[in-house]
Design a protein around this ligand. Structure first.
Ligand SMILES: NC(=O)c1ccc[n+]([C@@H]2O[C@H](COP(=O)([O-])OP(=O)(O)OC[C@H]3O[C@@H](n4cnc5c(N)ncnc54)[C@H](OP(=O)(O)O)[C@@H]3O)[C@@H](O)[C@H]2O)c1
Length: 269
C-alpha cells in the first residue's frame, strides 16, 4: 500500500521540488498540500504548481483536514510555522519530517515531547551524501592525531545570506565531536579572522560566495606531508527533495521516537 504524504509549504521552492520529485517516486501518494492562509498558491493544483501533471490535490490552508488519514508530513515552510505544524502532527498522530531551518532553539523541548507520540525526524540537511559526510568527518577527526589541522571550506551562490552555511557549522560540530569537544566548544574553537601562526586545535572556516553554486563543502585534515580531503557537491535543490522523500518513506514505518538522518543510512531497514 502506498505511503500517504502531506507537504507543508507546498507553494515554496522546496515544496514544489518535493511534489515534482514525488511524481518519480514509487510507493507514495500525495494526499494533501498545505500553504499559509495568505498564500497565492491556495486552490491551485499541487502538481500544476510544481510543473508536473495535475494531481487532483488542491493547495489548502486547512492543516487539520490535510493530516487526516496521512502517514507522514514533510515540512519545508517557514520557522514561524514550525510549532503549529509540530502540534498539529502530534495531535493527528502523523509522523513529521521537519526540513525547515531557523526555528527557535526553545522548540527542542517540544520536539522531545512530540517524539513520545509520533515519529519525528528533524533534518536540517536532507542530502544523503551530506548525511554520510558528517559521519565520515566525525570518524576522521577521531582517528587522526590532533596534529592534523581541520579546515572547512564552503562555496555557495551569491544570494545566500548566512555564512558559514548551516551545513558547514554541522560539519564543524561533527569534527569537534570526533575531537571530543562539545558542540558549543567545537564552534567556539573555530578560528575566524586569525592573524599570525595557526593555533593548534582550532577548526577553521573559509567562505566563498559567487555565481549560482548550489552548495559545495570540503573538510580538509592538514597534516605534515599529507592532506585528507572529504567533500560534497550539490547539483541542485532536487537532491534535498529526493533525500526528504526517502527519509519520509522510512519514517512512516517507524514507531514514535526521535530520529536523525544518519539513522536512515545506518539502521536496519
Ligand atoms: N533540510 C534541508 O535539506 C533544506 C534544504 C533546502 C531548504 N531548507 C529549508 O526549507 C525551508 C523552505 O525553503 P524554501 O527555499 O522552499 O523557501 P520558500 O521558497 O520561501 O518557501 C517556503 C514556503 O512556506 C510557505 N509557508 C509560510 N508559512 C506557512 C505556513 N504556516 N504553512 C504552510 N506553508 C507556509 C511560504 O509561503 P506561502 O504558504 O504563503 O506560499 C512559502 O511558500 C527553509 O527553512 C529552508 O532553510 C531545508
Amino acid at each position: 500500500m502506498s505511503t500517504r504524504i502531506v507537504i507543508l509549504g507546498a507553494g515554496g521552492r522546496m515544496g514544489r521540488a518535493l511534489v515534482h520529485a514525488a511524481a518519480q517516486f514509487d510507493g507514495l501518494v500525495l494526499s494533501a498540500a498545505v500553504a499559509s492562509a495568505t498564500s497565492g498558491a491556495l486552490g491551485r493544483d499541487a502538481g500544476e504548481l510544481a510543473g508536473v501533471a495535475p494531481l487532483g490535490v488542491r493547495v489548502s490552508a486547512d492543516l487539520g483536514t490535510a493530516l487526516q488519514g496521512a502517514d507522514v508530513a514533510i515540512d519545508f515552510s517557514a520557522p514561524q510555522a514550525t510549532a503549529a505544524h509540530l502540534a498539529a502532527c502530534r495531535a493527528a498522530g502523523v509522523a513529521l519530517l521537519l526540513g525547515t531551518t531557523g526555528y527557535p532553539e526553545a522548540l527542542e523541548a517540544q520536539f522531545a515531547a512530540a517524539a513520545r507520540d509520533v515519529a519525528l525526524l528533524v533534518a536540517p540537511n536532507t542530502s544523503l551524501g551530506v548525511t554520510l559526510l558528517l559521519e565520515l568527518v566525525r570518524t576522521a577527526a577521531q582517528a587522526l592525531p590532533a596534529a592534523f589541522d581541520i579546515e572547512i571550506l564552503e562555496t555557495h551562490h551569491r544570494m545566500k545570506r548566512d555564512a558559514p552555511s548551516g551545513t558547514a557549522l554541522a560539519l564543524g560540530r561533527a569534527a569537534g565531536e570526533g575531537r571530543g569537544l562539545s558542540p558549543e566548544g567545537a564552534l567556539a574553537a573555530a578560528g575566524a579572522g586569525r592573524a599570525g601562526a595557526r593555533p593548534a586545535g582550532q577548526i577553521g572556516f573559509a567562505v566563498l560566495r559567487g555565481g549560482d553554486v548550489a552548495g559545495e563543502h570540503e573538510v580538509r585534515f592538514l597534516g605534515t606531508g599529507e592532506t585528507l580531503v572529504l567533500g560534497h557537491r550539490a547539483g541542485d535543490r532536487s537532491l534535498f527533495a529526493r533525500g526528504a522523500l526517502t527519509a519520509a518513506l522510512w519514517l512512516a514505518q517507524r514507531p514514535a521516537g526521535r530520529y536523525f538522518m544518519r539513522d536512515i543510512l545506518f539502521q536496519n531497514q
